[in-house]
Design a protein around this ligand. Structure first.
Ligand code: KIV
Length: 277
């Protein structure tokens, strides 16, 4: 994004104004080319810490560092001109104190040019969210299944079924009242997601939640079908790029082994005839 850009990027106030209106469209991106594709269609581009698993092959998001978020954040910023760029605060970069959260959020914004940060947690993070918002940092909250707490939650389970519903509802209310401009509801049951959406004044953005949320987010590589062996229930695959890539790589390997690639049109002649390159 550039200050000379003729396109006005989406801001936190624009997202807030969409509460109850046309659904917000959000996807993750981790690289410049993918960010360009996402920017053409989405309201929000999220540099999620899911990049630890999706791009770096880590088992969870717990090993993701500030340096990784900044590197990918800068790459995505180069491909983003219209969508709101939001970057995840990685595990360990904000939980210690509001001051620690401010120092790292400031760094993410200053070094990448992102418009907001996202952090995980409900009531226990409300004070930190308020601290950041009061100091000019827009915050997207994230409740329900919070993957950075996978060890405490005992796995990637649906959150808020039965008697647990009040806890997730209270988390969503707390982050909304603390000043978050939106809240991700991850793996929260349909009915509870609807009730939270009706109850809080900020847009809810669902992932494995409900069509009644104010918006939806998916991990880009999941919805493109880049992984042939990862098929969670909440991901609709809008493409089968993993299969397409596998077929393309197999065809290349076969042609190289058979000396069918490169063909004459892919090599440079020793003598130039006419206007050939
Ligand atoms: O890290 C991520 O990609 C996320 C989204 C799935 C919401 O937090």
């Amino acid at each position: 994004m550039s200050v000379n850009s003729p396109v006005r990027p989406v801001m936190a106030a624009d997202i807030l104004a969409r509460k109850g209106g046309e659904p917000l469209v959000c996807l993750t991106a981790y690289t410049t080319p993918m960010a360009r594709l996402v920017d053409a269609h989405c309201d929000i581009t999220l540099v999620g810490d899911s990049l630890g698993m999706v791009v770096h092959g880590l088992p969870t998001t717990l090993g993701v560092t500030m340096e990784m978020m900044i590197l990918h954040g800068k790459a995505v910023a180069r491909g983003t001109s219209r969508a709101m760029l939001v970057i995840d605060m990685p595990f360990g970069s904000y939980e210690e104190s509001p001051a620690q959260a401010f120092a790292n959020a400031r760094r993410l914004m200053a070094e990448t040019g992102c418009a907001a940060v996202k952090l995980e947690g409900g009531r226990h993070m409300a004070g930190t969210i308020r601290f950041l918002v009061e100091r000019g940092i827009p915050v997207m909250a994230h409740v329900g299944l919070t993957p950075q707490a996978v060890n405490a939650l005992g796995g990637y389970k649906v959150q808020g079924r039965g008697a647990d519903a009040d806890r997730v509802m209270e988390d969503a209310i707390a982050v909304a009242e603390a000043g978050a401009f939106s809240v991700v509801l991850e793996k929260v049951p349909d009915g509870l997601s609807q009730r939270i959406t009706q109850r809080v004044a900020i847009p809810t953005i669902g992932i494995g939640a409900s069509a009644h949320c104010d918006g939806q987010v998916l991990v880009l590589d999941d919805m493109l079908g880049l992984f042939t062996d990862f098929r969670p229930k909440f991901v609709k695959r809008y493409g089968e790029l993993g299969t397409a890539a596998d077929e393309a790589i197999a065809a290349y390997a076969a042609e190289v082994r058979a000396r069918r690639f490169p063909a004459s049109e892919h090599v440079f002649p020793d003598e130039l005839k006419g206007k050939q390159p």
